[in-house]
Write a protein that binds this ligand. Structure first.
Ligand SMILES: [Mg+2]
Length: 344
């Protein structure tokens, strides 16, 4: 009888090891200690029971029961938070994007560092006391007007998943090219296990000074791997290379086919593609009020980037809520079926 012992432990302090002992050739599970990722601290909303024991040791033996719903922020959950902040600061928003940002892009800048740089220049051009500070950004967050029904969606999704399978858990994430200080202070921030967004470094008097974190196009996909591999929590922010570690797919905390990604823009295309390619669900949203952007959204459908395209309206019985509930329901059903098969 061959015994396989597998120990997963990436940190020495506060880590929990997983020990999988399997007998062969009978395929009977001999003993198992629940697998929980090794991390010093876990975010508050991580659920304890992510894995279900497979008594027969069939297949890869663990049924992962967590579903990740991942949102872009600007124009997915709320209208453009950066533009509304700039507007409140007396900046001509149209000129900022159409002329100033565009001329940097024409000169070879990546769009995300371009706008962060312009914000710093905008701030520096002002007298002390009128500059863009951490406080000004975080005070803007609670004033962000979210799309209709957004605040109620989290509870509805969780309830729906659990109505199909009591073990199913849903975690919510944000991956945004917008400004973290604003997004993290919105009234829905508490629903998210993690919020990854672009960030500034601040000077001694808390004025924006330099881009500290830039989340652009393909950077967004990096955070899908964070979610999938379970590299989350405060400590993961200071270990940027951990995400590159090779982890067998069967050990992913949340398989890609249990990830739903919602986004509206060109920066979301790599995430749409990755999620779809790996069996997850990509939902494109568009602002019904903004006709200019309809064409862009339709392009996502024509190019086969998204599984569905719906207006950014989270109201009861809206097309978006129905799509989300159907997507979550489909994954929860799959989890339930897998558990039954394993226990077969
Ligand atoms: Mg967006």
């Amino acid at each position: 009888m061959v015994i396989l012992i597998k120990i997963v432990c990436t940190l020495t302090i506060g880590c929990r090891a997983s020990i999988v002992v399997r007998s062969q050739p009978l395929g009977l599970l001999v003993a198992r200690v629940p697998v929980v990722e090794a991390r010093g601290r876990r975010p508050g909303r991580l659920h304890e029971r992510n894995n279900v024991i497979d008594p027969l040791g069939a297949g890869e033996s663990l049924v992962k029961t967590t579903i990740a719903v991942v949102f872009d922020f600007d124009e997915t959950l709320a209208p453009d938070t950066t533009s509304s902040f700039l507007n409140s600061f007396g900046v001509d928003v149209r000129d900022f994007w159409k002329n100033r940002a565009q001329s940097l892009i024409d000169a070879g800048w990546d769009p995300i560092p371009a706008y962060l740089y312009l914000m710093i220049k905008e701030s520096e051009a002002r007298p002390a006391g009128k500059r863009i500070t951490r406080e000004a950004l975080s005070k803007w967050g609670p004033r962000i007007k979210l799309y209709n029904g957004v605040t109620r969606i989290f509870g509805r999704i969780e309830k729906h998943a659990q109505s199909i399978d009591a073990e199913a858990r849903v975690e919510f994430y944000v991956i945004s090219s917008g400004i973290g200080e604003i997004v993290r202070s919105t009234k829905i921030a508490r629903y998210f296990t993690e919020i990854w967004a672009s960030d500034f470094e601040y000077n001694a008097v808390e004025e924006i000074m330099f881009p500290k974190k830039v989340i652009s196009f393909t950077d967004k996909t990096r955070y899908l791997f964070h979610i999938s591999k379970g590299i989350i929590g405060p400590q993961s922010h200071s270990t940027p290379f951990e995400v590159n570690k090779k982890i067998p797919e069967e050990d992913f905390r949340i398989p890609f086919n249990q990830i739903i990604y919602l986004g509206d823009g060109f920066t979301d295309i790599p995430c749409f593609s990755l999620v779809r390619r790996q069996g997850g669900i990509a939902i494109g949203v568009y602002d019904q009020e903004d006709r200019e952007k309809w064409g862009k959204a339709w392009g996502f459908v024509e190019d086969g980037r998204v599984s569905n395209l719906v207006p950014a309206d989270y109201g009861q019985n809206s097309a978006l809520v129905n799509s989300l509930l159907m997507a979550v329901g489909a994954i929860a059903n799959r989890i339930s079926l897998r558990k039954k098969t394993y226990q077969g």
